[in-house]
Design a protein around this ligand. Structure first.
Ligand SMILES: Cc1ncc(C[n+]2csc(CCOP(=O)(O)OP(=O)(O)O)c2C)c(N)n1
Ligand SMILES: [Mg+2]
Length: 616
């Protein structure tokens, strides 16, 4: 007879999660780093009770906002290079839908997170329960259906035994490097509390280690032949390369072949910034070194990248008419983008086999030298942009320079939205792989502080430096209090330019009048003067204001010794961004307008769109 154990569905679920293991550097660990929870009706009685039983193997953490706690979970997975991850559970209704934005963020960024929103009663007897969305024509709909398009796998658990196949599928998705993303298991509240005789074998420890598929022979031969025919090859390194741990392989490949490398937001820190063949940032927020090569390249080896518009300059950046793209990617969906020759494989395995397949082939020396000269020039431009200043209102770039001088590169630098991503992509000199943590797939305001907390949980040995604008800070800052409560120190640099600076600049660049972005341009009775120092201090942070770049540098140097979350606020100029480098970005300008500036911007837009390589 099969041996069974009688448990509630929630108890079985937590027991199962606690038994899923992984191995990192020879150490055996639970693959779940813990569970974030905000309880309410729909999860407190069922899952809440079960988490209490498992609190040793599967620690529970409390946050202040469901979206934020999921951001923390997602950042944890990113900082762990997807080798470990977390779960997040909410009540039904608003608690659950607060998670939806975070689900989309994980979906776009291909990051694993297990979302466990509570759901309405499967038996429907007490309907409509508090917070239930009632569909007049469909009894199976609940608020959690919002998760479907933003989950890699979605299921609603309406019977206790359903978790047996559902959790197996969940683990497969969470640990699959190609499919990886958010998994949502909506847990009907009555079913969480319902008992079932689960087989003991369901709770046996299970070890998960990353799969590393090697390339198909035919695809490898085609890619190697294309590469050997190239005169101006360029590597675009994306986030998948970092997740694969392929940095050393990339450095070897680039050094052996003389092929220059450039990095997407997700791929930045794949190669040391000071490597002469690392052109650093590519695309809309790219360096002059990378973008001039992109404009000329006849072969682009795109590794582990989704090739989003910021990378391709909306497909106007890679300008050569005759060119080949090789898509080295573990996900066929990405590998074949833009008519690429697909090379479906793990990045490290793929690079290793490509190295072998091309033998002693090297890129023409003149191309390598051209790349190196461009990089040296870019460093001079970047140093100019980030140099110290006495200006009353420094630029974002000058603040970045100060942070870099005070803290160096061996920190985890984290950011997500506003003007900072573009400036940091260009100007930050990243340290070792993973030291640059950009959420620029969804570029979600409010990721920054909660994300910093997750990154710090993943890498407690590292200084985690969060750079955030006043707009993003105001949108979601509550996990400062959680970071203080958990004793997880963040260093937060808050750039206060009194509003949505980058969108105001975009508005002006598309011919628009400054309107509704900076506080001063928004309808107001009183112009807000927000005291961010007092605000952060009220949550327990050590908070100071720097009134100059010099003060910022000394405040950050002093913050190194702090063990509590530290917030340093500095006022910045909303109108300046770094002109050097960069590329066009397709933002649709109105075809008809009373404004002369809009008409001019549209004319320019029409011209620029002609340079988009559509399907080429
Ligand atoms: C949740 C969310 N809402 C809206 C946006 C669109 N958006 C991108 S940046 C930005 C302004 C950010 O302001 P702030 O953080 O102060 O940075 P700044 O632009 O001033 O550098 C807005 C509204 C977004 N990315 N995320
Ligand atoms: Mg701002």
């Amino acid at each position: 007879m099969m041996s069974t154990v009688r448990l509630t569905m929630a108890q079985a679920l937590t027991r199962y999660l606690a038994a899923q293991m992984t191995e990192i550097d020879g150490e055996r660990l639970t693959i779940f780093g813990g569970v974030w929870a905000i309880f309410g009706h729909g999860n407190v009685a069922g899952l809440g009770e079960a988490l209490w039983h498992e609190r040793e193997r599967l620690p529970t953490f409390r946050a202040h906002n469901e979206q934020a706690m999921a951001h923390a979970a997602i950042a944890y997975a990113k900082a762990k290079m997807r080798r470990r991850f977390m779960a997040a559970t909410t009540s039904i209704g608003p608690g659950a839908t607060n998670l939806v934005t975070a689900a989309a963020l994980a979906h776009v960024n291909r990051l694993p997170v297990l979302l466990l929103p509570g759901d309405v009663f499967a038996n429907r007897i007490p309907d409509p329960v508090l917070q239930q969305v009632e569909d007049f024509g469909d009894g199976t709909v609940s608020a959690n259906d919002c998760f479907r398009p933003v989950s890699r796998y979605f299921d609603r658990i309406t019977r206790p035994e359903q978790i047996i196949p559902a959790l197996a599928r969940a683990m497969q998705v969470l640990t699959d490097p190609a499919e990886c993303g958010p998994v949502t298991l909506a847990l009907c509240q009555d079913v969480q509390a319902e008992a079932y005789d689960y087989p003991e074998s369901f709770f046996a420890e299970r070890l998960w280690t990353p799969r590393r598929p090697r390339p198909d022979r035919g695809e490898l031969a085609a890619a190697a032949a294309a590469l050997k025919a190239a005169r101006k090859p360029l590597i675009v390194a994306g986030g998948g390369l970092l997740y694969s741990g392929a940095s050393d392989e990339l450095a070897r490949f680039s050094a052996a072949t003389g092929i220059p490398v450039c990095e997407t937001q997700g791929g930045k820190s794949a190669m040391p910034d000071d490597d002469a063949l690392n052109m650093a940032a590519v695309g809309v927020t790219g360096t002059s070194a990378a973008n001039r090569l992109a404009a000329e390249a006849d072969l682009i080896l795109a590794i582990g990248t989704r090739l989003q518009d910021f990378t391709t300059g909306s497909w106007a950046l890679f300008a050569a008419q005759q060119k080949t793209v090789i898509g080295l990617n573990i996900q066929p969906f990405d590998a074949g983008k833009h008519r690429a020759l697909p090379l479906v494989a793990d990045a490290r395995e793929g690079l290793a086999e490509l190295t072998e397949a091309i033998g002693s082939w090297k890129a023409p020396e003149s191309w390598t030298a051209h790349a190196k000269a461009g990089k040296a020039n870019w460093r001079k431009e970047a140093d100019k942009a980030t140099a110290a200043t006495n200006a009353a209102l420094p630029s974002d770039a000058q603040v970045i320079g100060a942070v870099q001088r005070a803290l160096g590169s061996d920190v985890i630098l984290l950011h997500a939205a506003g003007g900072l991503p573009g400036e940091l992509h260009k100007l930050w000199q990243a340290g070792p792989p993973g030291s640059y943590h950009a959420e620029y797939g969804y570029s979600c305001m409010g990721y920054e502080i909660a994300g910093g907390l997750g990154a710090k949980m993943a890498r407690p040995d590292q200084e985690v430096v969060v750079m955030v604008g006043d707009g993003s800070y105001l949108m979601l800052n509550s996990e400062i209090a959680t970071s203080v409560m958990l004793g997880l120190k963040l260093t937060i640099v808050l750039l206060d330019n009194r509003g949505f600076g980058c969108i105001n600049r975009l508005q002006n660049a598309t011919g628009g009048q400054s309107f509704n972005n900076l506080l001063r341009d928004a309808r107001h009775e009183t112009l807000p003067e927000i005291d961010f120092v007092a605000h952060a201090a009220s949550m327990g942070a050590i908070a100071t204001k720097a009134t100059s770049i010099a003060e910022l540098e000394s405040a950050l140097a002093a913050a190194k010794g702090n063990t509590r979350t530290t917030v340093v606020v500095i006022d910045t100029d909303p109108l300046i961004s770094t002109g050097a480098g960069g590329a066009w970005w397709d933002v649709a300008v109105p075809e008809v307008s009373e404004r002369e500036q809009v008409r001019a911007a549209r004319a320019d837009y029409d011209t620029r769109r002609k340079h988009q390589n559509i399907g080429n």
